[in-house]
Design a protein around this ligand. Structure first.
Ligand code: UD1
Length: 417
């Protein structure tokens, strides 16, 4: 298993490039199942999660090529409707094939996703929405079985704002007969990106950027070509890495409009940020101010940046409170950060972070994707050597993170232990 050896206390400076957004690409790959023919996705990074999704789509009958940053998905021969346990247990986003398979083949069998390091993560909203669209859904022997000879439009109110349930329902409703209305839909940029892709394929979805979406079902969709949006979580991770340093860093190829809340919070912490076009330059202050955050659905603070922001606050001059309302158990990184001599205490889903003058390198273990990114940032800021093990988590969602950070001056080597 690979691990990172990080020599800390390094100053980062220079330019760092953001890749395409994993959480937009995963559902868009699944959306390609809806239209027979060859779709082309541009700005697609090299990530384990995307390989897992490719594997799954191949099992279903699609042909996929990924050369450089271009991915071609030919779903002409899609004919199998099962997402097996081995793949769903590796990556929960496999549930994204449920809506497209139901819409295209009238049947889907998807292994029921289990819990993961950030909490229990139910899929009840996905299943209720498919039932509302007329599917017969039952869960048996660890599999979700769904069937519908013809999905029919319906009015659906999501009890919780869910990115996954919104996208899955959109992908089913685009080929349903009649009109579907989604209330309390998620507004994350990744949802907007899927809407853009589906509309380009010939779907009729209106209300983008709001919590109320209207989908007029169509009979056929067509393969298309589209460039993938930049990854706001990767961009945010790099901005936070730079905020832990003392030289200016420019994050390029990002979409600043997707990062408004983070930019505000970094300014509150005393950083200077200059935004121009698709670049953000950040310069950290001598000492960071403490800043409280509460994670919320977009445009609130993203839960996927909670762990990284916590690292930043471990070095602020005072006390900050960090509350995760999306995944209340997403705090596995707290104990690891305390191993680096951070001072964090946890009371239910609120972490109290008392700033310390420095972190001290140690051996730590990555528990999930974003927590591992946080540990890498902490290792770069800490004095001495930090070893982060189980970094396969990080390769799921970051394209060569060590190579990108090393260009800024970080000292990281990958070892096969
Ligand atoms: C997506 C992202 C993940 C991010 C999360 C929140 C992908 C592949 N993953 O995950 O990185 O952290 O959004 O921004 O895009 N919920 C239910 N029932 C459901 C579905 C969700 O109760 O059927 C709850 C969840 O437990 C959570 C909340 O709704 O408390 C939001 O989760 P959701 O937006 O669905 O997250 P994902 O789509 O799984």
């Amino acid at each position: 298993m690979d691990r990172f050896i990080i020599v800390g206390n390094r100053n980062l400076s220079g330019e760092i490039l953001v890749s395409g957004a994993k959480n937009a690409i995963l559902p868009i790959m699944a959306a390609c199942l809806l239209a027979p023919g060859k779709s082309v996705l541009k700005n697609v990074p090299n990530l384990i999660d995307l390989k897992t999704m490719s594997h799954l789509l191949r099992i279903i009958g699609a042909r996929i090529e990924h050369n450089g940053d271009t991915m071609t998905i030919d779903s002409t021969d899609v004919c199998y409707f099962e997402a097996p346990y081995e793949l769903v247990s590796k990556m929960r986003a496999s549930i994204y094939v449920l809506g497209p398979l139901l819409a295209r083949l009238g049947e889907a069998r998807v292994s029921f996703p289990g819990g993961c390091a950030i909490g229990t993560r139910p899929v009840d909203l996905h299943l209720q929405a498919m039932e509302s669209l007329g599917a017969i859904v039952n869960v048996e022997h660890g599999y979700i079985n769904a069937q519908a000879s013809q999905l029919a439009g319906a009015e659906i109110h999501f009890a919780i704002s869910s990115v996954g349930a919104t996208i899955n329902t959109l992908m089913a409703a685009v080929l349903a007969k009649g009109v579907t209305i989604l209330n309390n839909a998620a507004m994350e940029p990744e949802v907007d990106s899927v809407i853009d892709f589906l509309n380009k394929m010939g779907a009729r979805i209106s209300g983008k950027g709001t919590t109320s979406l209207r989908i007029e079902g169509v009979e056929h969709l067509f393969p298309v070509e589209m460039s993938m949006i930049p990854d706001r979580i990767e961009a945010g991770t790099f901005l936070i890495a730079a905020a832990l340093s003392h030289e200016p860093v420019t994050v390029t190829n990002c979409e600043p409009a997707h990062l408004t809340i983070l930019i505000d919070k970094l300014r509150e912490a005393g950083c200077q940020l200059d935004v121009y076009g698709s670049s953000i330059t950040i310069q950290a202050p001598e000492l960071l101010n403490p800043v409280n955050i509460i994670t919320l659905p977009y445009p609130g603070f993203p839960t996927d940046l909670q762990a990284q922001f916590m690292v930043l606050m471990t070095l602020a001059k005072g006390v900050s409170l960090i509350e995760d309302t999306i995944f209340p158990d997403r705090y596995m990184h707290v104990a690891e950060l305390n191993r680096l001599q951070a001072n964090i205490s946890l009371n239910r889903n609120i972490a109290t972070v008392k700033g310390v003058p420095k972190l001290s390198g140690a051996e730590v273990m990555a528990t999930d994707l974003r927590a591992s990114a946080a540990l890498v940032l902490a290792g770069i800021a800490a004095e001495g050597q930090t070893i982060v093990s189980r970094i396969y988590h990080i390769d799921r969602g970051y394209d060569r993170i060590e190579t990108k950070l090393m260009k800024l001056g970080a000292k990281i080597s990958r070892e096969n232990a």
